[in-house]
Ligand binder design. Structure first.
Ligand code: AMP
Length: 372
């Protein structure tokens, strides 16, 4: 079976790496002009001329990137199975549609309003009560196109900084920590949930994911599963879906979802019985899903901007290195290291030991390292 992947970055690369043992072949379709998958067949097509060619070479289509035109996905879906469905893509591209769907499915969100001018942004900040976070409705990711307003008078400056005709204004959530749940749904509707991961960001970029999230109460995992299951079934979704959440004193609050494998699920490559990548390939190929149980505890450390001392990391007996074959550039995701351990105490020690060889890594901070 040949799987066509829209997008050709490191997520596509890792999908292919997990699909080869199942005898899948891969054709990547890249619209950026800068593919980095580095394996499989890659069609670079900045003007959409080779879409038919792509389609003729594949049996199924999936994505590793959600910022691509929905009409392209719809066009493809008329000829070949496209998983997840284009509607999932459409919802994830628009924060207003996404938060509306969350509300319809009973998934808690921060209180929110839409603003289409500096004046309406100020009015929304007054109604919701500051601090608020304003985010462009479309095209935002990793904290880009966003501004925090500490008081309504900052509306004009924030509006100009975001530079978008429509923004969503959200009440600022005082969260304990950021977490995510990854789930997978098969063609037959079977669903499996990975344990929730705890995520630490630095300068808007994910740095550490610990899974299973330490100290998580079982009902929190159950709530997250209920929320993501609602989304999977509503969208008749096939493949891996990620839901990013805030954990607060009053339970979970949803931030956003991604219709694909996710950076906060890279720990599953060695840390779970079946990785998120293999499970996505299984799902979109119509196979049964694999076991999602964790093997011990894990932490994923992202390698950002510079590679650090790779040789020393390779010497660590508990570290699994994954490199994406990309050039160094500030803020760029170049690879990750998965650290496995039998318990959290051992995990903290191992993560710190490894992070010293990654000079770009911020100090390891998590619920395991901060008391109270
Ligand atoms: P996003 O692009 O929506 O994932 O937001 C990027 C980051 O901004 C999140 O990972 C949070 O750290 C922070 N953030 C976003 N929305 C809120 C909110 N309503 N309250 C508090 N922090 C937020």
């Amino acid at each position: 079976m040949k799987i066509g992947v829209l997008g050709a970055g490191q997520l596509g690369r890792m999908l292919a790496l997990s699909g080869y043992p199942l005898a899948k072949e891969f054709v990547f379709y890249d619209m950026s002009g800068n593919p980095s998958a580095g394996l499989g067949e890659v069609i670079v097509d900045r003007d959409g001329q080779y879409l038919e060619d792509f389609l003729s070479r594949v049996d199924r289509v999936t994505y590793e990137f959600e910022h691509l035109p929905v009409d392209v996905a719809e066009q493809l879906a008329q000829h070949k199975p496209v998983h997840p469905c284009p509607r999932a893509l459409q919802v994830c591209q628009n924060r207003e549609a996404e938060k509306t769907l969350f509300g319809q499915l009973g998934i808690p969100t921060p209180k929110w309003q839409v603003a289409d001018s500096a004046e309406s942004l100020q009015a929304a900040a007054e109604t919701l009560g500051c601090p608020v976070v304003a985010k462009s409705i479309t095209e935002g990711y990793d904290g880009k196109g966003q501004a925090v307003l500490k008081n309504p008078e900052q509306a004009e400056e924030a509006w100009a900084a975001i530079g978008h005709p429509r923004v969503i204004v959200e009440k600022f959530v005082n969260f304990r920590r950021e977490v995510s749940i990854i789930a997978v749904r098969g063609e037959d509707g079977d669903v499996a949930f990975y344990p929730i991961a705890e995520n630490t960001h630095h300068e808007g970029i994910l740095r550490y994911s610990i899974a299973p999230a330490p100290g998580l109460q079982p009902h929190v995992q159950q709530d997250a599963e209920k929320y993501i299951k609602g989304l999977l079934n509503e969208l008749d979704y096939v493949g891996v879906l990620t839901l990013e959440l805030f954990e607060t004193d009053d339970g979970l609050v949803a931030n956003e979802m991604a219709p694909r494998v996710h950076n906060s699920g890279h720990w599953t490559i060695e840390g779970a019985m079946t990785s998120q990548f293999e499970n996505h390939i299984r799902a979109v190929s119509g196979h049964p899903l694999g076991n999602v149980a964790a093997r011990g505890v894990s932490c994923m450390i992202n390698i950002i901007g510079e590679h650090g001392d790779i040789e020393r990391i390779l010497e660590l007996p508990y570290a699994h290195l994954h490199l994406y074959n990309k050039g160094e550039r500030p803020g760029r995701k170049l690879g990750h290291v998965n650290i496995l351990a039998d318990n959290y105490q051992e995990l903290v020690w191992r993560v710190r030991n490894c992070a010293q060889f990654l000079p770009g890594s911020p100090e390891f901070k998590s619920s395991l390292t901060t008391k109270g």
